[in-house]
Design a protein. Structure first.
Length: 320
C-alpha cells in the first residue's frame, strides 16, 4: 500500500509539473492584453513592473526564475494588472475563505439530501417514486450549474423575493460567519448543491439496489431482521464502500469553488479572480491559481483511490 501511494504521489507531481509548464509557456506567448478599465493601472507602473519581474527576459529564463522563487522562498510573485504590486499568495488566501465557506455550505446541504433520496429510490425500486427521482436526477446531472443559478436567482430572488440577488459583503452582513451572510449565500449554495445531490442520489441508488438483491441480505432477513434493520446494518455498510470515497472527494473539492456561480452571485472568491487574471493576462495570479486548481483535482483523485483500501480492507489485501 505504501509503495502504491508513493507511486501515485510521484506521478501526481510529475503531471502537475507538465501541466503548469505548458500553462506558463502558453500564457507568456500570448500578446499583452490592454489595460482593463476599472482594474487597470498606470502604464508607466506596468512598464516598471515588467522590468522588475523580468517579463522581458526569454521565457525559459523567466520559468527557471519562477520555479526558484517558489521552491526557494515560497514567493508566487506580485500582481501585474490586477492588485498591482500586491502579494499573490496574500490575495488568494484572503479570497479563499469565501470560496471555502459557500462550498462547505453546499456540500453540507447536498450530502444528506442526496443520500436520503438515493436510499428512498433504492427501497422503492421500479415504483413510481423511483421513476420520478431517476428522471429528476438525469435532468439535474445534464443541466449545467449556471442554469440553476439563473433559475434560482430569477424565481427565488427576483420573483418571490426570498433572498437577495447578490451575496452580501462583509460590511453588510457583519462578518463571514453570521446568519445574514449565510442567508445571502443560500441561492449560491443551492445552485452548487443540485449537481452534487443528483450525482450522490444516482450512486447511492445504484449501489444500494445491487446490495439489496445480494444473497447475504436474504440470509439476514431469514435470521429475523426486518427490512429496515437489514438495510441499515448490512446493506448501507457495503454500499458505502463506493459512496464514501465520492463524499470524500467532494470535501476535498470545496476549495476549488465555481468559476461561474461565484461570479453570478457576486461572491468575491477565487473563481472570479481566476477569470479576471486570464482576461488581464496577469501571469502570477493565473499561474498560482492554475497550480492550485490542478493540484486540488489531482489530490482528490488520489485520495479517492486510496480511500477504497481503508474503507474495505479486502481491496488493500487484493493489491498484494
Amino acid at each position: 500500500m505504501v509503495k502504491y501511494v508513493l507511486k501515485r504521489v510521484i506521478l501526481m507531481f510529475f503531471t502537475l509539473f507538465i501541466i503548469c509548464s505548458m500553462c506558463f509557456i502558453l500564457i507568456h506567448l500570448l500578446p499583452d492584453a490592454p489595460i482593463l478599465r476599472g482594474i487597470g493601472t498606470d502604464p508607466n507602473l506596468q512598464v516598471f513592473i515588467r522590468e522588475k519581474e523580468g517579463y522581458n527576459d526569454p521565457i525559459m529564463v523567466q520559468y527557471v526564475r519562477y520555479l526558484a522563487n517558489i521552491f526557494g522562498y515560497g514567493y508566487w510573485g506580485t500582481g501585474f494588472r490586477i492588485y498591482a504590486s500586491k502579494n499573490v499568495a496574500d490575495i488568494i488566501a484572503d479570497k479563499m475563505k469565501y470560496t471555502v465557506v459557500v462550498n462547505l455550505y453546499s456540500i453540507l446541504f447536498a450530502i444528506p439530501v442526496g443520500l436520503a433520496l438515493g436510499i428512498y429510490a433504492a427501497l422503492r425500486k421500479n415504483r413510481w417514486q423511483d421513476h420520478v427521482i431517476s428522471v429528476l436526477v438525469v435532468i439535474f446531472i445534464s443541466v449545467p450549474s449556471f442554469v440553476y443559478a439563473f433559475l434560482v436567482q430569477y424565481f427565488l430572488c427576483y420573483k418571490l423575493g426570498w433572498f437577495p440577488l447578490m451575496t452580501y459583503s462583509l460590511s453588510e452582513s457583519g462578518g463571514l460567519f453570521t446568519f445574514k451572510m449565510f442567508y445571502s449565500m443560500i441561492p449560491a449554495m443551492l445552485s452548487l448543491g443540485f449537481g452534487v445531490v443528483a450525482g450522490l442520489t444516482r450512486y447511492t441508488r445504484a449501489e444500494l439496489s445491487e446490495v439489496l438483491t445480494s444473497e447475504f441480505m436474504l440470509l439476514a432477513r431469514t435470521k429475523g431482521l426486518t427490512r429496515g434493520q437489514a438495510t441499515v446494518r448490512h446493506a448501507m455498510k457495503n454500499a458505502m464502500v463506493v459512496i464514501l470515497p465520492m463524499i470524500i472527494g467532494e470535501f476535498i473539492g470545496i476549495m476549488s469553488g465555481s468559476l461561474i456561480i461565484e461570479g453570478i452571485f457576486g461572491i468575491p472568491g477565487i473563481g472570479p479572480l481566476y477569470i479576471t487574471s486570464i482576461n488581464a493576462r496577469d501571469y502570477n495570479f493565473f499561474m498560482a491559481l492554475t497550480v492550485f486548481y490542478t493540484f486540488i483535482g489531482l489530490l482528490a483523485g488520489i485520495v479517492i483511490d486510496i480511500s477504497y483500501g481503508f474503507i474495505d480492507p479486502r481491496i488493500r489485501m487484493g493489491q498484494r
